[in-house]
Design a binder for this molecule. Structure first.
Ligand code: C5P
Length: 395
């Protein structure tokens, strides 16, 4: 599995950096080609010579020197995987914020290869809200995280922060590069996310509540499994998932047009909160509030149902998945919805709590074979499990 695979190993500053040498030995024994990159902090714990000796390759540690020799973009494009061992709190923070102020961070921003990080730091730093937010951002972008473990630390403190063992990191790298890790390579997935805005006049609109968090997480998770993903999304504040083609639309009719234009697709996941109705005649000028005049009456028209349209489309995707936000009798209503819409699965969630805009979700997956009740978990975990379930169904 690892024979002749190119691994870019970034070593950042931590007392545990010596374990990166042991990891390199394991990777090379399995036939991988390892190229080392040292950060300034990493170079305080592992010498350039030691890393060059054990990788059998020249070590890169200077953005500008690398630029002259090979170019940071080539260095970023070359590897099959980028592995950060150990990953310091500082480097993780710079990754989370997209900084590119040294060679390592620039490669991490430019690469399209899967990225694995093995954090190592003092337990107080690992538990800090800033690190937690950074880790959540990285996980949501599809970065694989191994460790840290709990155990004896250099500072004789206890808690989590200890670098994962080289054997475990090796297994995680092998897992990242296994063909089974990217089972959706060659598949096209169409995902909708966010609300639609239905104009009343040039300044006012009708919308549904939707943050886009769940839909965007699904697009990220499908891309992480190797799918080519087209995301059609309404107005949202969440950032575009990396490596995904994003079409931004406003209204339901624009969303339908963008979805039809994206066909053919193997998978359609309709996670958008589409407005059921629009204003029948959008005013071309702002409606004026005249003193003493009655409030205007809006006449509504039915919007196209994108999920139902794709479910009955001449180019129907092989697997069509809808969402159902319900406030009561969740499974019963969602089961009826699956049949009514003509889709294959419905992911039903109970929105009577604070699911809207929140980070956790509890869903039921309704298929022709019955109902699966999933426990409450973060939205990106729901996305990961759904993507894995999709891959299994398409196998
Ligand atoms: O009918 P309801 O809005 O509850 O159905 C929810 C599912 O249908 C979601 O998957 C949503 O994206 C999709 N939908 C749609 N077009 C609409 C309304 C809902 O695709 N006009």
């Amino acid at each position: 599995m690892l024979a002749n695979r190119q691994i870019l190993l970034i070593v950042s500053g931590s007392i545990s950096a010596y374990k990166a040498l042991e990891l390199t030995r394991l990777l090379r024994k399995a036939g991988a080609i390892v190229t080392g990159v040292l950060t300034a902090g990493g170079a305080r714990f592992v010498t350039r010579e030691a890393l060059a000796g054990i990788t059998g390759q020249r070590v890169h540690d200077d953005l500008w020197a690398a630029e002259a020799e090979i170019g940071h973009i080539r260095l970023a494009r070359l590897p099959d995987a980028v592995v950060v061992v150990p990953a310091s709190a500082d480097l993780l923070a710079r990754m989370a914020h997209g900084l590119a102020d040294d060679l390592a961070s620039t490669i991490l921003l430019a690469t399209r290869a899967p990225v694995l990080v093995a954090p190592a730091m003092n337990p107080a730093m690992w538990e800090h809200a800033a690190t937690r937010a950074n880790m959540a951002a990285l996980r949501a972008r599809g970065v694989t995280v191994i460790g840290p473990g709990v155990g004896a630390m250099a500072e004789a403190e206890s808690g989590a922060g200890r670098l994962a063992e080289p054997d475990d990191i090796f297994a995680a790298v092998a897992g990242l590069l296994a063909p089974s890790a990217r089972p959706l390579v060659g598949r096209h997935a169409l995902v909708t996310s966010g609300p639609t805005h239905e104009p009343i006049d040039p300044v006012r609109y009708i919308a549904n509540r939707s943050s886009g968090k769940q839909g965007h997480a699904i697009a990220t998770a499908l891309a992480a499994l190797g799918a080519r993903v087209t995301l059609v999304c309404g107005p949202v504040a969440v950032p575009d998932p990396p490596g995904v083609t994003v079409h931004r639309i406003e209204s339901a009719r624009e969303m339908l047009a963008a979805c039809e234009a994206a066909l053919p697709a193997d998978i359609a996941v309709m996670a958008a909160a589409v407005a059921d109705w629009r204003v029948a005649r959008e005013a071309t000028q702002k409606l004026k509030k005249e003193p003493g005049a009655a409030a205007p009456t809006l006449t509504m028209a039915l919007n196209p149902d994108i999920l139902a349209t794709l479910s009955h489309h001449a180019q129907r995707p092989g697997l069509v998945i809808g969402f159902a936000a319900e406030t009561e009798r969740v499974v019963e209503h969602a089961t009826a919805k699956r049949l009514r819409k003509g889709c294959d699965w419905i992911v039903a969630n109970d929105v009577s709590g604070d699911v809207m805009g929140g980070d956790a979700n509890r869903v039921h997956v309704i298929t022709a074979n019955g109902v699966e009740d999933w426990p409450e978990m973060p939205k990106d975990a729901v996305a990961g499990r759904l993507a894995a379930r999709i891959a299994e169904a398409l196998r």
